[in-house]
Design a protein around this ligand. Structure first.
Ligand code: TRP
Length: 455
C-alpha cells in the first residue's frame, strides 16, 4: 500500500481524530447554528440529518476509497484512477474550493482569536446583550484588527502543515478534540438552564414544515457537505494517508456521528441562550459571537471566576477546532502543489498561505469597510460562502458519487470497502445503489429546484 513511503497516520485513533478534527470546526459551532436560525429551526435540522445519512456518509466512504486507493491527494487521484479522462477536473475543482473556503473560513477563525484575547483580558464581564452586539459589530467592521488575527491564524496553520502529517495533524487532534467535547457538554447544561431557555429548545425540536422551501433544502445540503468536509476531496486526501487496515466504513460512521453530535449540541448551547436574552435566531454569522459571551456572563453571574475560566477555555478550544479544520483544507492545496508541480512542501505551503491571506483580506473587509460592494446582494464574504458551500461542494459531491457509482471499477470499490476481502463489507450493495441513483438524483433535484437557474 505504501508504495512510495507515503506519510501515514500512526494509529486507528489517529485516523478518526484527524478526520473528525477536519470535520468538527466552525462549521458545527458557528455555521450550523446560524444556518439553522436562518432556515427556521427544527425542520431544517431534520432535512440536514437526512442529507447526512443519504448523501454525506456514502460520499464520505467514496472519498475515502478514492484517496486510499490512489495514494494521492485529490488533485492527482483522478489521474491515477481514471487516466487520460476529464475526471481530473473534479480534483482540481476541489483544490480551488478548498482554497476559497480556507480564505473566508480563516477570517472567522481569526475572530475566535480576538475573542480569546477579550476573554483573557476579562472584557466580557459586566456587559449586557446589547453591548455584545455593539462590540462584535465594531470589531468585525474595524479595518485592521480582524486582519491581524486572520494573518496570525493562517500562520499557525502554515506552521503545522510544514511540520507534516503525523507530528502536526495527528498530535494536535488527539489532545484537543476530547477536551472540546467535554466543555461543550458543560455548556449545554448551562445554556438550557437559563431562564426562558424553553423557547430555544422548542425552536430546535418542534418542526414547522410550513417554512420549508427549496432554499431550506439547498441550505441543509450545503451545510451537510460543509460540516463533514465533503465534496472537495479533503477527506479523500486524508485517506491517502490511511493505513491498509483502516476500516473505511466504520471510520466514516464514527466521523459522521461525532460531527453531527457536536453540531446538535452547539444548537443546544446557542438557541436556548439566544431566546433567553431575546436575540433573534436569524442574526447570521455574528450569532455565536453575540450569544455565547452572554451565556457565560449569565450562567455564572454568581461566580465570575467560573465565567472567566469557561469563556477562556471555550474560545481556545473553538480556535483549536477551527485550526484542525483549516489544516485539512490547507493540506489539500499544499499536497496538490507539492505532488503535481514538484514544489517542496514548504514552498507549496507558503504559496497557499500567502494566497489565502490575500483573498482573506477582501473577505474580512467586506464585513465593514467594503460592505456596500455586493454581487447578487451578497458581500464578498457571503459570496465566497455561497459559491463554495452551496454550489461547489454539492457539485463536487454529485460528481464524486457518479465517479464511484458509475465509472470506477467495482472490484476497486469492493476491495477498498472490505480491505481486500478481510472485512464483510455488507454495506457494499446499499452504497453502490445510493451512489448510482439516490445521491445524483437528490443533489440534482435540490440544485434545479432552488437555483433553477438563480431565478
Ligand atoms: N468541516 C469543517 C467545519 O465544519 C470545515 C472544513 C474543513 C471543510 N475541511 C473542509 C468544509 C472541506 C468543506 C470542505 O468547520
Amino acid at each position: 500500500m505504501t508504495k512510495n513511503k507515503r506519510a501515514n497516520f500512526g494509529s486507528k485513533l489517529g485516523v478518526i481524530l484527524a478526520s473528525a478534527g477536519s470535520a468538527v470546526g466552525l462549521g458545527n459551532i458557528w455555521r450550523f447554528p446560524y444556518e439553522t436560525g436562518n432556515h427556521g429551526g427544527a425542520a431544517f435540522i431534520l432535512i440536514y440529518l437526512g442529507c447526512i445519512i443519504l448523501l454525506g456518509l456514502p460520499i464520505m466512504i467514496s472519498e475515502f476509497l478514492i484517496g486510499r486507493h490512489s495514494q494521492k491527494s485529490t488533485g492527482g487521484a483522478y489521474s491515477v484512477l481514471a487516466p487520460g479522462t476529464q475526471w481530473k477536473w473534479v480534483g482540481r475543482m476541489g483544490v480551488l474550493a478548498g482554497f476559497l473556503i480556507l480564505s473566508y473560513y480563516s477570517v472567522v477563525a481569526g475572530w475566535t482569536l480576538e475573542y480569546i484575547f477579550e476573554a483573557v483580558t476579562n472584557s466580557f464581564s459586566g456587559k449586557s446583550a446589547n453591548d455584545f452586539i455593539d462590540s462584535f459589530n465594531s470589531f468585525s467592521g474595524n479595518p485592521w484588527k480582524p486582519l491581524i488575527w486572520l494573518v496570525l491564524f493562517l500562520l499557525a496553520t502554515h506552521f503545522i502543515i510544514v511540520k507534516g502529517v503525523e507530528k502536526g495533524i495527528e498530535k494536535s487532534s488527539k489532545i484537543m478534540m476530547p477536551a472540546l467535547f467535554i466543555l461543550i457538554i458543560i455548556l449545554v447544561g448551562c445554556s438550557v438552564s437559563l431562564p426562558g431557555a424553553e423557547k430555544g429548545i422548542e425552536f430546535l425540536l418542534k418542526p414547522d414544515f410550513s417554512k420549508v422551501n427549496g432554499e431550506v433544502f439547498l441550505g441543509a445540503m450545503g451545510q451537510a457537505f460543509f460540516s463533514l468536509s465533503l465534496g472537495m476531496g479533503c477527506l479523500s486526501t486524508y485517506a491517502s494517508y490511511f493505513g491498509k487496515n483502516t476500516n473505511l466504513t466504520k471510520t466514516a460512521f464514527s466521523v459522521g456521528i461525532i460531527d453531527t453530535i457536536v453540531a446538535i449540541m452547539a444548537g443546544f448551547i446557542i438557541f436556548p441562550a439566544a431566546f433567553s436574552v431575546g436575540i433573534q435566531p436569524d442574526a447570521g454569522p455574528s450569532l455565536i459571537f453575540i450569544t455565547l459571551p452572554n451565556v457565560f456572563q449569565q450562567a455564572f453571574s454568581g461566580a465570575p471566576v467560573l465565567a472567566y475560566i469557561f469563556s477562556v477555555m471555550f474560545y481556545v478550544l473553538l480556535a483549536v477546532a477551527a485550526l484542525t479544520s483549516t489544516i485539512s483544507m490547507h493540506e489539500v492545496v499544499t499536497a496538490y502543489l507539492h505532488e503535481e508541480f514538484k514544489l517542496t512542501r514548504g514552498r507549496a505551503a507558503t504559496l497557499v498561505t500567502s494566497g489565502c491571506i490575500f483573498l482573506g483580506i477582501f473577505c474580512s473587509l467586506s464585513m465593514g469597510a467594503t460592505k456596500e460592494y455586493t454581487l447578487f446582494g451578497l458581500n464578498t464574504f457571503d459570496l465566497f460562502d455561497f459559491v463554495t458551500a452551496k454550489i461547489m461542494l454539492p457539485l463536487g459531491g454529485l460528481l464524486i458519487s457518479i465517479f464511484t457509482g458509475w465509472y470506477l471499477d467495482k472490484k476497486i470499490v469492493k476491495s477498498e470497502i472490505t480491505n481486500n476481502g478481510q472485512l464483510k463489507g455488507s454495506i457494499y450493495v446499499y452504497l453502490i445503489f445510493i451512489l448510482k441513483y439516490i445521491a445524483p438524483v437528490a443533489i440534482s433535484f435540490i440544485f434545479i429546484n432552488e437555483l433553477g437557474f438563480l431565478k
